[in-house]
Write a protein that binds this ligand. Structure first.
Ligand code: 13P
Length: 250
C-alpha cells in the first residue's frame, strides 16, 4: 500500500507574515503525524521563506508551476533549476486554474512534466473534467487525453514515481467534493490507462484527489483503494483544518 501524500496548494494567497504563522502552525501540528508525507506548494516569491522555515522538518515544499524551457529570454518564467536552487522537491503542473486562464495546452503541460521529471523534481500533474463534460459522460475521455499526451510525447515510464492529481473542475473551490465512489472510479481509470503501457510505472504512481477536501470528508475519500492522498486548496490555508486533513491521511 502507498504511504499517503497530502499536498497544500496555497494558490495566490499569503504574505511573509501570514506564511510564517501558517508554516509554524503546520510544523507544530503535523510533527506527531509520522505516517503521511506532506508537501506545501507556495507562490514563487515565498520559496526561500519555505526553505528557511521547513528545512530540517518532515514537511517538503514546492512550486505551483514551472517553465517548459530550461533557460533563456522568457520574461516572467521560472525554470526547474531555479526551483531546485530553493530546495523544492515537487511542482504542480497543469492546474486547471492555469490551463484555462493562461491557455496552457496539453502539449505544454506534458513538456513541463517531462522537465520536472528529468531533473529529479516530482511533478504533480493535475487532470480533471468540467461539469458539462461529466454531465455529457465524457469525463474519462477528457482525462485520458491529458494522460495520453504525456504517454505519446515522452512514454508511460515518465509516470514512475510521479504524482497525478484528479481535480474535477466542478469540485474545485465549490464546497462540492466528488463522492468517494466517483473519485475512486476515475483514479482506477487513470491507473489502468498508464498500466496498459507500463505496469511498474502505474503501480509506483501516487494519485491524489483534489477539490473541496476538508477535515470532514477526508477520511471517506482517503480510504478508497486508489486514492493515495489529497491536493488541498482552501483547506490548507488554516493550520488546524489542514492538520485534520493530514490526520485523516495518517
Ligand atoms: P480547493 O481545495 O479549494 O477546492 O482547491 C482544490 C485545488 O484546486 C487544489 O489544487
Amino acid at each position: 500500500m502507498h504511504r499517503k501524500l497530502v499536498v497544500a496548494n496555497w494558490k495566490m494567497h499569503g504574505s511573509l507574515a501570514a506564511n510564517q504563522q501558517l508554516l509554524e502552525g503546520y510544523i507544530q501540528r503535523l510533527k506527531p503525524l509520522e505516517n503521511v508525507d506532506v508537501v506545501v506548494c507556495v507562490p514563487y516569491p515565498y520559496l526561500g521563506q519555505a526553505q528557511s522555515l521547513l528545512q530540517g522538518t518532515s514537511i517538503a515544499w514546492g512550486a505551483q508551476n514551472l517553465s517548459k524551457d530550461l533557460a533563456g529570454a522568457y520574461t516572467g518564467e521560472v525554470s526547474v533549476a531555479m526551483l531546485q536552487d530553493f530546495g523544492a522537491t515537487h511542482v504542480i503542473v497543469g492546474h486547471s486554474e492555469r490551463a484555462t486562464a493562461y491557455c496552457e495546452s496539453d502539449e505544454n503541460i506534458a513538456t513541463k512534466f517531462m522537465q520536472a521529471k528529468s531533473h529529479a523534481l516530482t511533478p504533480i500533474l493535475c487532470v480533471g473534467e468540467t461539469l458539462i463534460e461529466r454531465e455529457a459522460g465524457v469525463m474519462e475521455m477528457v482525462v485520458a487525453k491529458q494522460i495520453d499526451t504525456i504517454i505519446s510525447m515522452y512514454g508511460a515510464s515518465m509516470f514512475a514515481g510521479a504524482v497525478v492529481a484528479y481535480e474535477p473542475i466542478w469540485a474545485i473551490g465549490t464546497g462540492l467534493a466528488a463522492t468517494p465512489e466517483q473519485a475512486q472510479a476515475m483514479h482506477e481509470f487513470i491507473r489502468g490507462r498508464i498500466a496498459a503501457h507500463d505496469k511498474d510505472a502505474a503501480n509506483s504512481l501516487k494519485i491524489l484527489y483534489g477539490g473541496s477536501v476538508n477535515s470532514q470528508n477526508a477520511v471517506q475519500l482517503f480510504v478508497m483503494q486508489d486514492i493515495n492522498g489529497g491536493l488541498i486548496g482552501r483547506g490548507s490555508l488554516n493550520a488546524e483544518e489542514f492538520e485534520g486533513i493530514c490526520r485523516a491521511a495518517n
